[in-house]
Design a protein around this ligand. Structure first.
Ligand code: DX5
Ligand code: ZN
Length: 220
């Protein structure tokens, strides 16, 4: 059920040639587009809003993964869903009511994910494990593309995979984000991840070749 998906992060795409880059990634077999929403409060950077997701949705059929790095994500759920997101990932620390946020996303018929920062433990989401559709393990500190992969996070990924095996009611997919390239993607897959976000590795290079490299690094 948890298919292997390559999710290019458009944070690193060329913003002045965004349509070109998205269509190149689409043609190269991107499975999911990862869109980073940052509000300058939850993380020290600013990016896109819900309208931007809507524009992307108009130029590709590839499903969209909204990674909300904003405080009070409940304020954006309806507009992000209306914009066409297929998966919404919310940081545990970004809301006082993470359980309610997950329920709300699911009520809107969208897959709901929770995100663990490098310093956030699995224990913080233990009460959510039976309801979440996805767990996003950050393999860098959120806020910027092009950072170095934190290999220690692989323990968290393998723990989550182990917990899912041990509990028949846990069905979440496991996503990794940050520093993913043709080498680190292998470690992520070995640990048990199945959704692989990659930004700076894919964009600013030969997009087709880079997506192929990622696919080839994976064991089918
Ligand atoms: C960082 C974002 C990532 C970012 C990853 O806060 O969540 O999605 O685009 O970029 P790379 O793949 O360059 O580490
Ligand atoms: Zn992201």
């Amino acid at each position: 059920a948890n298919q292997t998906l390559i999710a290019p992060s458009i944070l690193s795409a060329d913003r002045l040639n965004l349509q070109r880059d998205i269509q190149a990634a689409d043609a190269a077999g991107a499975d999911l587009f990862h869109i980073d929403l940052m509000d300058g409060v939850f993380v020290p950077n600013l990016t896109f809003g819900p309208d931007f997701i809507k524009s992307i949705n108009q130029i590709t059929q590839v499903p969209l993964d909204a990674h909300l790095m904003v405080s009070t994500p409940e304020n954006y759920l309806d507009s992000v869903v209306a914009a066409g997101a297929d998966l919404i990932n919310v940081h545990v620390e970004s809301t006082k009511h993470i359980y309610r946020v997950v329920q709300r996303i699911q009520e809107l018929n969208v897959r709901a994910g929770v995100v663990l920062n490098p310093g956030t433990s699995i224990a913080s989401i233990e009460p959510l494990l039976h309801i979440v559709d996805n767990i996003l393990v950050m393999t860098v500190n959120p806020g910027f593309g092009g950072q170095v992969f934190i290999a220690e996070m692989m323990d968290k990924v393998s723990q989550l995979a182990k917990l899912r095996t041990a509990h028949s009611d846990y069905t979440y997919s496991i996503e990794v984000d940050g520093g993913v390239n043709e080498q680190t993607i292998k470690l992520c897959q070995q640990a048990g991840a199945n959704i692989f976000v990659a930004g700076s590795y894919v964009f600013g290079h030969d997009i087709t070749q880079r997506i192929n490299n990622l696919k080839q690094a994976l064991i089918n």
